[in-house]
Ligand binder design. Structure first.
Ligand code: PEP
Length: 255
């Protein structure tokens, strides 16, 4: 079965101590994960090593720390930035790339994101590549073309053996942090469409390998129904990942 993943995105929340406490509370819940089920924790840069050692100690390869971003250049005079090579040197194996908040507030374009994806892959880091349309695009009914263009411009330069290692997260911007979740039907429809776009470019076998997570107000109460859809392979979770009881249930909702 394709990998099923619950990914927490803490964003710029929690002190170090609050982060440690949250992880402790989540980990002590105990999990009986199946071979194909994983949990990721995308935490602020200064918390990566603490998160890595906490989760690896308990659940080895099924739980992992992830960065929320990396710089697209290899190294150099970019004060305050963190490179993919630095993450790799800390044994961090996952990185969120192209979250809509970074696209909006940090001017990240599809072509910069293509470079970030390359930087990650060059450093053995699996990108969790985010895509998704704003409300105006959804209302105009052109969301499929919009999201397909994000994939094409940032990912389709990759050969099949590389893209097949990626994780994609579809996050409609109108559903992020708004409490407004896409309906299960809307999520499945977009995920199925994105898989068909991947299949047209790379073939069905490759498209079927790539986990596509849904993000946008996922919580314990809706996770099971969303994740039950055949093309929804888990979730990228913001707000609800900051509450231990919520995120525990979201991990347990993986199929
Ligand atoms: C996110 O941060 O990617 C996200 C989906 O946030 P929320 O779950 O709070 O909508």
């Amino acid at each position: 079965m394709r990998k099923q993943i619950a990914a927490a995105n803490w964003k710029m929340n929690l002190t170090y101590q609050q982060g440690e406490k949250l992880l402790d509370e989540i980990l002590k819940a105990g999990f009986d994960l199946k071979e194909h089920q994983y949990a990721l924790f995308a935490v602020p840069f200064p918390y990566l090593l603490m998160t890595r050692s906490e989760v690896e100690e308990e659940f080895s390869s099924h739980f992992a720390a992830a960065a929320q971003n990396c710089h697209h250049k290899k190294s150099g005079a970019f004060t305050g930035e963190v490179s993919a090579e630095m993450l790799h040197s800390m044994n961090i194996n996952y990185c969120v790339v192209g979250h809509s908040e970074r696209r909006e507030y940090n001017g990240e374009t599809n072509s910069i994101l293509a470079e970030k994806v390359n930087a990650c892959l060059d450093n053995f880091i699996t990108p969790v590549f985010c895509c998704g349309e704003p409300l105006s695009i959804r209302e105009s009914g052109t969301q499929n073309d919009y999201v397909a263009a994000q994939l094409k411009e940032s990912l389709f330069h990759l050969p099949a053996e590389k893209i097949s290692t990626l994780i994609i997260a579809y996050e409609p911007i109108w559903a992020i942090g708004t409490g407004k979740t896409a309906s299960t039907a809307q999520a499945q429809e977009m995920h199925q469409y994105l898989r068909s776009v991947l299949a047209d470019q790379y073939g069905k076998e490759v498209a079927d390998l790539i986990p596509i997570l849904y993000g946008g107000s996922v919580k314990a109460a809706n996770a099971k129904e969303l994740f039950a859809s055949p093309d929804v392979d888990g979730g990228l979770v913001g707000g609800a990942s900051l509450v231990a009881a919520e995120f525990v249930e979201i991990i347990r909702a993986l199929k």
